[in-house]
Write a protein that binds this ligand. Structure first.
Ligand code: PLP
Length: 451
């Protein structure tokens, strides 16, 4: 981060970066210019943001946020609930004195709120630092034990990297992992999970809602299969909690991950549901916090924020879901009607109400993302940018898209504060930007004759 900022401070290199930037993101990526100034900084140049020292100034335009699957703003009620725990209520929740007892009470009230959101017992909730830690704790905690005689895991090809890379890390330690394929709609077939079972299978780990395309997986059926086979079942529900009704007993899961910052809570705090009697090993060692499942002094303001966010999610879930899905459907109808060739990824599956992933043929998703950001719309591409190359999303290729189609897809994720007026503006903005980019795309240009 420091090198990016230092680089931006040098005017000569800044202008050079911009000059290259005007030729298009793909060009700079191909030339591996991004090795010198990272892709994220390239985005800054394109979007017209200016970096001065450590301060990032944004141009003063109306901004619309369609990236709620990346993170959500902290709800003012959540912030208000958290604030006292940074100062007046600062006690260590493990202390016996009254300072400690005050914060202990707040932590336990938050535990009850989180449990109520997912139909669990409060004692089955362990607070963590977020979805990534919860996934790691579930997967390594069940399948990572050296002494385990059962050394096979079943997962899918469309998991979030938090689960996918945990499974890959275990594979390197000699644990067999089956990455089950999904269909073109982005849904795993429970029969495929059954077929993948072996006598030595210890864990099935499957996400509830996919973060890129929003498709919901048939967890209830998979839960029954896991139970029959006597295999532990973990669900990554980071993208479904607060968006669809969810009950750990109805789903038949033994472990379930969730994260506060996806439900209008703070970043850096989450929870893992661990069904009573599930033999999960801790990942870290220290105190006996969180019933020996996760040591470390509790992040009390964060936990309080998660608790309040969970209460609000429970209160607002059905109203939010109905309103947001109506806006999402209007958004999709509007875009599909106005952009030739546009298609919705995962359209044939059940999806969470807020997510829409659309292919814009003949357009680079990165170029469109940047163009839209300059107009004030924040959305996301699922591609991973590493060492100057833009890799197509593993989720989009798993549902059968060609690499070029995957590189032409953008994710739009609406939220609690999205308005009808936002959707109307976006429906007008996207076709204009797509048309502009298509007009300047090298594929659509006649070659210049060299005389
Ligand atoms: N799982 C899924 C499905 C996610 O979408 C995310 C975050 O985007 C995570 C796990 C990781 O959560 P966190 O950002 O809290 O570490």
């Amino acid at each position: 981060m420091r090198s990016k900022i230092a680089y931006a401070q040098k005017p000569s290199k800044l202008s050079r970066g911009f000059a290259l930037g005007t030729q298009g993101y793909e060009l700079s990526a191909r030339r591996k210019v991004t090795a010198k100034f990272s892709a994220s900084l390239t985005v800054l140049f394109f979007t017209g943001y200016s970096v001065s020292g450590r301060e990032l100034r944004l141009p003063n335009i109306h901004r619309i946020y369609f990236d709620h699957n990346a993170t959500t703003p902290v709800d003012p009620e959540v912030l208000a609930a958290m604030l006292p725990y940074f100062s007046a209520e600062f006690g260590n929740a493990s202390s016996i004195h009254s300072f400690g007892q005050g914060t202990r009470g707040a932590v336990e009230r938050a535990r009850i709120a989180v449990a109520a959101l997912i139909g669990a017992q409060a004692s089955e909730i362990a607070f963590t630092s977020g979805g990534t830690e919860s996934d790691n704790l579930a997967i390594f905690g069940i399948a990572g034990g050296e002494s385990s005689a059962r050394r096979h895991i079943i997962t899918t090809q469309i998991e979030h990297s938090a689960a996918l890379h945990s499974c890959e890390a275990l594979a390197k330690r000699g644990i067999d992992v089956t990455f089950v394929a999904v269909n073109r709609a982005g849904v795993v077939d429970p029969a495929e999970i059954r077929r993948a079972l072996r006598p030595e299978t210890v864990l099935i780990t499957i996400m509830h809602a996919n973060n890129e395309i929003g498709t919901l997986q048939p967890l209830e059926e998979i839960g029954r299969i896991a139970k029959e086979a006597d295999v532990w079942f973990h669900a990554d529900a980071v993208q479904s909690v607060g968006k669809v009704p969810l009950d750990v007993n109805a789903l038949g899961v033994d472990l379930l991950s969730l994260s506060a910052h996806k439900i209008y809570g703070p970043k850096g705090v989450g929870a893992l549901y661990v069904r009573s009697g599930t033999p999960m090993e801790p990942l870290m060692f220290g105190g006996s916090h969180e019933r020996d499942r996760r040591p470390g002094t509790e992040n009390v303001p964060g936990i309080v924020g998660l608790g309040r966010a969970a209460e609000l999610a429970r209160e607002k879930l059905s109203e939010d879901a109905a309103r947001i899905s109506r806006l999402r459907d209007k958004f999709e109808r509007g875009v599909l009607a106005a952009v030739s060739g546009a298609r919705v990824n995962g359209a044939d599956a059940l999806r969470v109400p807020n997510t829409s992933n659309i292919i814009f043929p003949d357009i680079s998703s990165e170029s469109l993302l940047i163009a839209l950001d300059m107009k004030g719309l924040a959305c996301s591409s699922g591609s991973a940018c590493s060492s100057g190359a833009v890799n197509p999303s593993h989720v989009l290729t798993a549902i059968g898209l060609a690499a070029a189609e995957a590189r032409s897809s953008l994710r739009f994720s609406l939220g609690r504060h999205t308005t009808e007026a936002d959707v109307d503006l976006v429906i007008a903005m996207i076709p204009q930007e797509v048309a502009r980019l298509r007009a300047i795309s090298p594929e659509n240009k006649k070659p210049v004759e060299v005389k």
